[in-house]
Design a protein around this ligand. Structure first.
Ligand code: PEP
Ligand code: MG
Length: 568
């Protein structure tokens, strides 16, 4: 048996698919004239291999999917697709790999700029074909993460956030990684999709082999290779128990999110892609407190256009049927990379050029997004939230860009919600400390504990070596949370929380005691959180928070909060 850290509960049975890290480096080389024929041949052969693979895949599918593949095949067989690549070899003397990179990118860009939505979205297909052709040129063994066999358990050294955003969640029974923390975006997404996940499994990619039959327990972090009947039965029993708990929680779908003594709070969901809004609604989320818009960017191979973002935001707001949807503007950087942005490597990415800092610098990107959000606001209750605000000047600058976008839309006669609410994330200690000032200039706060913890205690959220120090129970973190809530209330605005702490039943009594108004969490935590809240008395929670705020050690806080919830 292997053991790691269970970060997404549940039981998974399936077959291992090892995801190897691809170290693809496309070098720009100048070839001699005599080599041109050879490089052209390599490109044609690589493309032909991709065509053959696609034809083979098509043998097993029918219906709409087959029609889509047929259209895809037609693009591959169109000679104009590789004309730019051929020219890059013939005229610029580029090597095959580099010629494919520049040739396909320029064709993709032409499609991306087309007004016709269908044609514009073909640019994704072209970039996908490019990646597959490059894979053949580099002789890589690739796995199409978007199309996996049923009951796949992905095993990797580390899954990047972009890889996770692409996963075929319908066919995944589990995720096992050697690295990664509980609050990495990969773990967060696994929980959203209720996929059992285990991190910190030493040498998992060496010990496990492709095709191995394994069973995993995402709660305890245990992995069984070729499980015995007894082990299987133990896990089946656990699965049954989890299922029973789920059924028991169903009754909270009909309850209000209110304490025993009548204090109402909002229970919202965090989502990554518009389709996640369906999971949120199914779990009776009363709104979306955090739409991590960067997943739209990570799910794409090129910068998403205003039109494609508008469609996505509109879809989310329409799925939520009139409930509030808070869209957080692009929060890229840190552990969320966008290859096509080609950002410079930084020594400390979490302290670097990211989120609102990047958006204020790259207003072309920022305005495209703000226009898309504003346009979608005509179709429901949307709100805008800026991430990583560290000062009042940043908030003012961001609001100024928003005003410019509103004016543009006014001039173009395009409708949007003129009263759209504008809020900020409180996830940097400096923002929490001046919360009362910030609150006067925006409509709501949402506390991002995932980052607030890392910046308060100086512990990177995904670094497993120091993960013991990363704790929401640290009294300094709790004091900053209190500062944010009090600051919001001093200006009569709402304070929410969308960090993972908001969905933790041990932490919820303290947050109720501190007066948090809105709890936004993983959709699958909503019913349990509602059950917890229904059992609380707000006066008891206030007393608890007064007691805890004076404590000096994280251990002491954790012990007291656990004791409190266990007595419920
Ligand atoms: C946070 O920092 O708490 C948060 C919700 O944002 P993210 O996890 O996407 O950084
Ligand atoms: Mg954050």
């Amino acid at each position: 048996m292997l053991k790691g850290n269970g970060v997404s509960t549940g039981v998974g049975f399936g077959n291992v698919v090892i995801l190897k890290k691809l170290e693809r480096k496309i070098e720009k080389k100048t070839i001699r004239d005599a080599q041109k024929e050879q490089e052209l041949k390599r490109v044609h052969e690589a493309l032909q291999e991709v065509i053959n693979d696609t034809e083979n895949q098509m043998k097993n599918i029918t219906g709409t999917e087959a029609d889509i593949m047929q259209a895809y095949l037609m693009i591959m067989q169109d000679p104009s697709l590789i004309a730019e690549t051929e020219n890059a070899i013939k005229n610029s003397n580029y090597n095959a790999e580099y010629a494919v990179e520049v040739g396909f990118n320029s064709v993709a860009q032409i499609f991306e700029n087309m007004d016709d939505k269908y044609m514009a979205s073909r640019s994704r297909d072209i970039l996908d074909i490019k990646n597959r052709v490059l894979g053949k040129l580099f002789k890589e063994e690739t796995i199409d993460l978007t199309k996996l066999n049923p009951n796949t358990i992905i095993v990797a050294e580390e899954l990047t956030t972009s890889e996770t955003a692409k996963l075929d969640f319908n066919n995944i029974s589990g995720i096992v990684t050697e690295l990664g923390g509980e609050n990495s975006h990969t773990s967060i997404m696994a929980r959203t999709h209720a996929i059992p996940a285990i991190t910190k499994v030493k040498d998992a990619t060496k010990i496990l082999k492709n095709g191995d039959s394994i069973a995993i327990n995402g709660t305890s972090g245990e992995i069984y290779i070729n499980p015995t009947e007894e082990e299987k039965q133990k896990l089946i029993d656990l699965e049954k128990q989890l299922e029973e708990e789920k059924v028991e929680l169903e009754k909270y779908k009909k309850q209000e999110s209110v304490t025993r003594d009548g204090i109402k709070v909002k229970l919202y969901a965090n989502i990554g892609l518009p389709a996640d809004a369906k999971i949120a609604l199914n779990n009776t989320a009363e709104g979306v407190g955090l739409f991590r818009s960067e997943f739209l960017y990570m799910d794409s191979d090129t910068m998403p256009s205003e039109e494609s973002q508008f469609t996505a935001y509109k879809e989310a707001v329409q799925i939520m049927e009139g409930r509030e949807v808070i869209i957080r503007t692009l929060d890229i950087g840190g552990d969320k990379d966008l290859k096509y942005l080609e950002l410079e490597k930084e020594a400390n990415p979490f302290l670097g050029y990211r989120a609102i800092r990047l958006c204020l610098d790259r207003q072309d990107i920022f305005k495209t997004q703000l226009r898309a959000i504003l346009r979608a606001s005509a179709f429901g209750k949307l709100a805008i939230m800026f991430p990583m605000i560290s000062s009042i000047d940043e908030l003012r600058a961001a609001k100024e860009v928003l005003e410019e976008c509103k004016k543009e839309l006014d001039n173009e006669g395009i409708e949007y919600d003129k009263n759209i609410q504008v809020g900020i994330m409180i996830e940097i200690p400096s923002a929490a400390l001046i919360a009362d000032k910030l609150a006067k200039e925006c409509d709501f706060f949402s506390i991002g504990t995932n980052d607030l913890i890392q910046y308060t205690v100086a512990v990177e959220r995904g670094n497993e070596k120091i993960s013991k120090l990363y704790t929401k129970y640290h009294p300094a973190v709790i004091q900053l949370i209190k500062k944010a809530i009090d600051g919001a209330h001093s200006a009569n605005i709402i304070c929410g929380m969308c960090g993972e702490a908001a969905g933790d039943s041990t932490f919820i009594p303290l947050l109720v005691g501190l007066g948090l108004d809105e709890f936004s969490m993983n959709s699958n935590s909503i019913l349990r959180a509602r059950k917890t809240i229904n059992n609380l008395d707000s006066k008891e929670c206030s007393k608890l928070s007064e007691e805890v705020i004076n404590m000096s050690s994280a251990e002491e806080v954790e012990k007291r909060l656990k004791e409190f919830i266990n007595q419920k």
